[in-house]
Design a protein around this ligand. Structure first.
Ligand code: NDP
Length: 403
């Protein structure tokens, strides 16, 4: 029995809204608002065709807090699900505080002129959400999101403490384009071009972007090169698992992607500081994002699987010494497209956004304040992953990773 207001109408939102409509018993009334209303209408039309469920649509600039407040008062949701861009996190949280509504997102706040991927701006809202008796859940996508839940599930059921943690994100999909990103190009390229950081002996160690490369044989994909990089869940994982000696994040990239990105970087197209062009200020990366293929258009041509998971080594709960476990999900681009009209990178983010929303509106996850996924009971979330299209598997490895 819940009314939800989803903000943003990209690939992630499309999957989340389709999945909400498929769970009408939990999400009884779905509202969708974004900067471009026609994109909301297209999602609503697809949802109607696939599920028969009506979705109400609106135009909104989520950075305008008074407009957001008006929309929330009109819709009266019990939860605002922010699937726009990280730049909108704080204004949407402000609007939630003003209207007394819970909040969820999938990516941490980013100032437009800095690529930081840090939680402190949103953690600073904790006391205000707590005093208002409201809950904000941060990072309910796959990574961040499921990767944190996987880690905490291992810590609840398999390992007393975690000594080393490696998050492995493989996209084995081929979209047939020379260069494209599978989620918002601006955010994706900001992430990839930022210096790598990993957690080691109580602090973050910074190394140059894409400097450490390892080949790994991914089930359902085959051998792929993966690169060590920074990813925002490392900060919350380190905060809530302070015993960890080392935590790293790895993502696969093909040689073609690296080649294009290197050229774009060398010619200045990935810069996020404003430049003057014909008397007008533009940000090169935003211009690049505007000319690249839209992630939501890649679904039809993308073939292959994603394989995202976590390898953790630590003291076994049953006292049998040090053990290593690998927990992961393999998702098919084609199956994701058939079910929702979107490729697997949107699917693997949109489904956990729906599940996190379900946890909140059903009260399975609750609290007053701003929370990361690590702070919640992993079990009901893990059950829903199995039931709603992202089944996971866990296996014991012979020993710790050697890369
Ligand atoms: P898209 O770029 O496809 O979609 C973003 C949507 O937000 C667009 O519809 C856009 O509108 C809308 N938007 C942008 N600015 C505003 C604004 N000021 N007010 C209202 N709406 C706005 O992104 P994705 O769907 O690929 O990604 C969505 C989010 O999910 C991002 O924050 C991304 O970082 C995150 N993500 C998280 C992952 C995870 O695993 N945790 C993985 C992948 C993505 P318009 O159409 O007009 O441009």
């Amino acid at each position: 029995m819940s009314t939800v207001l989803v903000i943003g109408a990209g690939g992630v939102s499309s999957v989340c809204v389709h999945k909400m409509a498929m769970n009408k018993d939990i999400f009884t009334d779905i509202h969708l608002a974004s900067r471009t209303k026609s994109k909301c209408d297209a999602i609503a039309a697809s949802v109607k065709e696939r599920t028969g469920v009506d979705v109400s649509t609106y135009e909104i600039d989520a950075e305008e807090v008074p407009a957001m407040v008006n929309l929330i008062r009109k819709v009266q949701p019990s939860l605002v699900v922010n699937l726009a861009l990280p730049y909108q996190d704080l204004p949407i949280m402000d609007a939630c505080l003003e209207t007394g509504v819970d909040y969820l997102d999938t990516a941490n706040y980013e100032p437009k002129d800095e690529a930081k991927f840090e939680y402190h701006w949103q953690w600073a809202y904790h006391d205000r959400f707590k005093e208002a008796g409201l809950m904000a859940l941060l990072g309910s996508g796959f990574d961040p999101g499921v990767t944190s839940v996987f880690t905490m599930w291992l810590k609840k059921h398999k390992l007393k403490t975690i000594r080393t943690l490696d998050i492995l994100d493989c996209n084995g999909g081929d979209h047939g384009q020379a260069f494209a990103t599978n989620f918002n190009p601006e955010i994706n390229i900001r992430e990839v071009t930022a210096p790598a950081r990993h957690w080691e002996n109580g602090e973050f160690v910074e190394t140059p972007a894409m400097a450490k490369k390892v080949e790994f044989d991914f089930e359902g994909v085959g051998p792929k090169n993966m690169y060590m990089m920074y990813h925002e869940e490392l900060e919350s994982l380190a905060k809530f698992n302070p015993e960890m000696e080392r935590a790293r994040f790895w993502m696969t990239f093909g040689d073609e992607y690296i080649k294009h990105l290197t050229v774009l970087q060398n010619v200045g197209m990935t810069r996020i500081d404003p430049i003057k062009y014909k008397g007008k200020e533009i940000i090169p990366l935003q211009f690049l994002a505007a000319v690249l293929p839209k992630p939501e258009t890649l679904g039809e041509t993308t073939k292959g699987n994603t394989n995202i998971g976590v390898i953790a080594t630590g003291e076994a709960i049953d006292g049998s010494g040090e053990k290593t476990f690998y927990i992961n999900n393999i998702c098919s681009h084609e199956a994701a497209y058939e079910e929702t009209g979107n490729q697997a990178v949107s699917y693997t983010t949109g489904v956990p956004a729906m599940i996190g929303s379900a946890m909140m509106v059903t009260g399975k996850w609750s609290g007053d304040g701003v929370f990361n996924m690590e702070e919640m009971d992993p079990d009901p979330f893990m059950d829903m992953l199995n039931e709603h299209g992202l089944p996971w598997q866990v296996k014991e490895l012979g020993g710790p990773v050697e890369f």
